[in-house]
Structures are given as C-alpha cells and as structure tokens.
Design a protein. Sequence first.
Lengths: 113, 113
Amino acid sequence: AQTVTQSQPEMSVQEAETVTLSCTYDTSENNYYLFWYKQPPSRQMILVIRQEAYKQQNATENRFSVNFQKAAKSFSLKISDSQLGDTAMYFCAFMKGNSKLTFGKGITLSVRP
Amino acid sequence: EAQVTQNPRYLITVTGKKLTVTCSQNMNHEYMSWYRQDPGLGLRQIYYSMNVEVTDKGDVPEGYKVSRKEKRNFPLILESPSPNQTSLYFCASSFDRFNSPLHFGNGTRLTVT
C-alpha cells in the first residue's frame, strides 16, 4: 500500500520569504502522480500543483514549485514570496493508475505579516 | 460555472438515523469519489466510482454506501450513523483517471451524537 508522509505538523514563515514543505512517499509503482493541495480556513480543497512521475522536470506554478526526487521518493513544495493568503493547511497526495488518491496528514502553514 | 456541489454543508444527527449526503457535478466527469477528513489523519478515501454503475471501496468504506445511477450524482449513504463517523466529508470528481485534477466540493461537516 502507498503511504504519504508529511512529518512537519506546522510551519511559520515571514511574509515575502520562501518556505519549503516536505513530503515523502512510499510506492512500488513506476507511473504515478503527485499533488499538493491547499486548504484555507474556508476548508475548500484547492489544487496547487501536480507532478507526473515520468517527467523529470519539476513542475512550477507561479510562486509555487516542487522539488521532485523520484529515487528518494521525495516531493517538496517551495512557496516563494509568501503571502498572507498562503496561510492554510497543505496536503501532499499520491495517485496511481487506479485513481486511488492517498493523502498525507497535512501541514499547517502560517504566514506572519 | 463548473463545480461540485455537496449538500448539506452542515448536518447534526443522532446515532442510527439514516442519512444521505448528496454530491453532484456539472462537468460530465467520469470519476467521482468520497473522502473523510479527520484531524491528524488527513483525507482518507471512502469510495470511488469510475463511471455509472461502477463503484469500488477506498480505504475506509465500513459503515458507508454509495451509488452511481447517473453520471452527475454520487450520493454517500450512512445507513446507521455512529459517533465515529463524525467528520468532514468531501466529494470530488475528475474527467478521467490520469490526467485530470480532482475538483472538490465545499465539504459537509457531519456530527453524529
């Protein structure tokens, strides 16, 4: 069974600074997808970024980028120029071909003004 | 507007009283699924459906039922709710298994007393 581990329960960052959220996973699959979802206090789940395992290039979406290390099974999220609106819980998630999406336990990120 | 609609947003009920949480999507998505979110556990998949009349168990299916009679609807049924089913529930959908991100509903906060 796949597992997704987010070992940091919470982090704090100063506005405009950069923060990295870590995520590791365990799988025997070769083809899969990795995601970061954001859940603000409104509790809505918002897709932040997605990475296909067969792509070596790290995904980037504006201020959000990932460091995907397939051999190490690591998938960290970097948020540059942190904004107050980035305050949320962030979930790392793994999906293989049968569509079962496995989430980590989440990390609470607080951006300080 | 493309969306996944869950109802109700909040529900308080008593042990043993059957309830249904509705989920509807207007994007003609084939794939739909239900998750529950609990503190410290992240999101766990309850059931998913690859298409009409095709459903399968996720990680925590006990105590839940689903049906997929129409493509747009995927209700979650609790035949005899118990307090351990108190949770935040999310419905999600996507166009296909591999390349499409999940679209989440706004969640249903269920309390079983």
